[in-house]
Design a protein around this ligand. Structure first.
Ligand code: BES
Ligand code: MN
Ligand code: MN
Length: 465
């Protein structure tokens, strides 16, 4: 596999490879919203079709209890290593729609300060259709140029954005079919176009919903106000009670299993280029916030968090209605780090939340999806191959970093298949994933297509005796 072969292929196919991605982005595959069910299924069929066209065998849309997994493979020689590519074809809901500068499912290309060559604006452009499709095109490149050095299997799922509820069972049922040596995923970020990096960890997640019940009906806030507990007031106090003045989380036992990292590790993490002023400017905030004693890179990478994702109750319509609400609700997520466990943390949260509730209200706590944190060894052949591949295409050695997001299935890949995942991500944190105006740089898209075949090459070299 030669860089000129790669560059020639990409140059010759530049427009087609882009237009195909734009086609995929036009299908609104929102897994969280059942009104899009048909579109999610249509996307699965489209991905299957593209995999087949690229040269994969045994392509199928494989049923799960929820949305299907698209599978395909190319086995050139059972003695050669096998790379299992994972990605997701589902996307986050696009709302609030009014904050998009162009419709979320009508991709347009525009230049931005960080993407002077242009970026594709559409829901899913970066997370994860754009990054997933790089793998299909890199595979096509290797097939068409006769340079595929090893075996490859694809599993592209449709429920990542809702916590992959059906995928755990599916991988157990398909254990045999998924036999591989390493998992390759592009669904994370790198530092910048000039600063390649590879995530060596992901945070876990425990997602909770709470309900605080007060009086049996909404009340006149004048007639009853002051005489009965207001569930929203109480809920706010309880949430505020989850952090102390140093922004440490107050749930008993919460930090017991948190790995304290060495001074050297933290120093290395903090050496990665990071401009606090740019960070603040991008987000429009005067000051950053977080756990005392940790830098922003540490707070978002190696430390656990507790955040309210949504809170509601009472009157939120136009004007003012004087009402003392009967109920209050909140959705609360906790990002976890090694060796925290999502079930343990969910239980701790529930106990704590119930314990701090005054007798004036009733509290219901339910757990939504969870996922476990993961770390990737920089000593593994997979990491080294990724490092070599990026060094070649970027002309610079990538830095190991830690991703703050979660991909719940990665821990299950380790547990159920015994496989490490390599997080070869090409997005930028500022690409507005999950936000209005999500975009993905053309530079990043093509760089990904160019880098992936080199990963195959180096991984095969490093693991062949
Ligand atoms: N691709 C992201 C995760 C990600 C993004 C990791 C950037 C590292 C850097 C993924 O699609 C995602 O959004 N995951 C969810 C998981 C949840 C829905 C269970 C997340 O992190 O909130
Ligand atoms: Mn993703
Ligand atoms: Mn996502």
């Amino acid at each position: 596999m030669d860089k000129t072969i790669i560059n020639d292929y990409v140059t010759k196919n530049k427009e087609r490879v882009l237009n195909e991605l734009l086609e995929l982005l036009r299908i609104p595959s929102v897994s969280a919203d059942s009104t899009y069910k048909k579109d999610v299924l249509k996307t699965a069929e489209a991905v299957k079709q593209r995999l087949a066209e690229a040269g994969a065998d045994k392509v199928e849309v494989s049923q799960t209890k929820g949305f299907p997994v698209v599978y395909g493979e190319k086995i050139i020689d059972p003695k050669k290593p096998t790379i299992l590519v994972y990605g997701h074809y589902d996307v986050q809901p696009a709302d609030p729609l009014e904050l998009w500068d162009s419709p979320p499912f009508e991709p347009v290309i525009k230049k931005t300060a960080l993407h002077p060559q242009g970026a594709i604006f559409a829901r899913g452009s970066c997370d994860d259709k754009g990054q997933m499709y790089m793998h299909v095109k890199a595979f096509e490149l290797m097939m068409k140029t006769n340079t595929l050095p090893c075996n490859v299997k694809f599993m592209i799922e449709g429920e990542e954005e809702v916590g992959s509820p059906s995928l755990g069972d599916w991988i157990v049922e398909n254990r045999q079919k998924l036999k591989a040596d390493v998992i390759l995923i592009s669904d994370t970020s790198m530092i910048g176009h000039e600063t390649p990096s590879i995530d060596t960890g992901l945070r876990g997640l425990a997602y909770m919903e709470v309900e605080v019940d007060g009086p049996n009906r909404d009340l006149h806030s004048g007639v009853y106000g002051g005489g009965v507990a207001n569930p929203i007031n109480i809920l706010c106090k309880m949430i505020a009670g989850c952090h102390d003045e140093n922004n440490h989380i107050t749930i008993p036992g919460f930090y017991d299993k948190v790995q304290e990292l060495s001074k050297e590790y933290r120093e290395a993490l903090n050496k990665a280029p990071f401009n606090l002023n740019d960070f603040k400017k991008d987000l429009g905030v005067e000051e950053v916030a977080g756990e005392k004693g940790f830098t922003t890179a540490e707070r978002t990478g190696i430390r656990p968090t507790l955040d309210v994702n949504g809170i509601w109750g009472g009157y939120i319509g136009e004007g003012a209605k004087t009402v003392l609400p009967s109920k209050a609700f909140a959705k609360i997520s906790m990002r976890l780090v090694p060796d925290q466990n999502s079930t343990e943390i969910s239980n701790m949260f529930q106990k704590y939340f119930e314990s701090i509730a005054p007798k004036t209200v009733k509290v219901k706590v339910t757990a939504h999806h969870g996922g476990e944190p993961v770390v990737v060894s920089v000593e593994s052949a997979g990491y080294k191959a990724a490092e070599m591949a990026m060094t070649e295409t970027f002309g610079k050695k990538p830095l190991p970093t830690r991703g703050g997001g979660s991909i719940p299935i990665v821990a299950l890949f380790k547990k159920e298949l015994g496989l490490d995942s390599i997080l070869l991500g090409f997005g930028l944190d500022t690409d507005a994933l999950h936000s209005p105006n999500e975009h993905y740089g053309l530079f990043n898209y093509y760089k990904g297509i160019e880098t992936i075949p080199l990963f195959y090459k180096y991984y095969t070299q490093l693991t062949s005796k």
